[in-house]
Design a binder for this molecule. Structure first.
Ligand code: HEM
Length: 237
């Protein structure tokens, strides 16, 4: 096992962990974003509530959740150790011109955008994940709802009404969501292409395509998430 720990603690090993966990987290965002589209269905929230019940009870999703927590954990831990390793190796910092090719504001501020996304994620989990499981703010204010899951019915917290209420009544939460999504876009724009560079996929034929795909993802995913608070804010006016 020592080759594994040696690889994982080397600079290139850590970059591989960053790239792999980053792409895994992007795949989670796709699933989460597409599932959340049920918020836009004009059915009083039935589809979104059924989706939430499925996501929180399906055994496959529960197993995926372990990978998700590990993915976030490794991504953040490795980012911190890699930064320390780089600082220790080069205490003076890089002597590059800010206008060098490939150096962008995004690439230089991955730590800052990552920190904002982490703060967003903690608030998001308190807002919705903890609310769904433990009912922190809305128990007694928003009635529970019966969801027909085909062969059985479950009585759960009405996440559709909770999401709608949070976005409409706490407008600052909506603003924070939209702002965080801008930083998520910046993080993805650099992170996506950087992961493929680490995997050794740097080629004058493929690199422009990888950068373009990364840019499309970096715009589409955050726009999809930002559209949800914006939708409720605007329809609640
Ligand atoms: C505005 C857009 C979003 C809405 C409406 C939303 C909604 C929700 C809701 C209702 C839950 C709790 C129920 C469940 O586990 O399915 C949840 C969980 C979660 N969300 Fe979001 N979310 C949004 C954006 C995001 C973003 C951008 C991220 C990541 C950067 C994220 C990460 C998570 C995670 C990690 C969980 C826990 C997942 C699990 O335990 O399976 N969400 N979200």
């Amino acid at each position: 096992m020592s080759w594994l720990s040696t690889t994982l603690t080397s600079s290139i090993g850590r970059k591989l962990v960053m790239g792999l966990t980053g792409l895994f987290l992007v795949s989670f965002l796709f699933v989460h974003g597409i599932g959340n589209l049920a918020l836009f269905k004009n059915d009083g929230g039935m589809a979104f509530n059924a989706y939430t019940v499925f996501m929180t009870t399906s055994p496959i999703i529960r197993v995926m959740e372990i990978f998700l927590v590990a993915g976030f954990g490794f991504h953040i831990y490795t980012a911190l150790t890699l930064t320390n390793q780089n600082k220790a190796a080069r205490p003076q910092g890089y002597a590059y011109k800010k206008s060098s090719p490939g150096v962008t504001w995004f690439s230089q501020n991955m730590g800052t955008s990552g920190m904002v996304i982490l703060v967003f994620l903690i608030l998001h989990l308190i807002n919705f994940y903890a609310e769904y499981h433990y009912g922190i703010m809305y128990d007694g204010k928003i009635p529970m709802v019966d969801i027909n899951m085909g062969d059985h019915t479950v009585n759960v917290r009405n996440m559709y009404e909770i999401v709608k209420t949070v976005f409409q009544q706490q407008w600052w939460v909506s603003v924070l969501y939209v702002g965080s999504m801008v930083l998520l876009g910046m993080h993805l724009a650099h992170g996506f292409q950087s992961a493929f560079k680490t995997f050794g996929l740097e080629h004058k034929k493929y690199t422009p395509a990888i950068i373009s795909i990364g840019n499309v993802i970096a715009v589409l995913l955050p726009a999809l998430f930002a559209s949800m608070p914006l939708y409720f804010l605007l329809t609640g006016l």
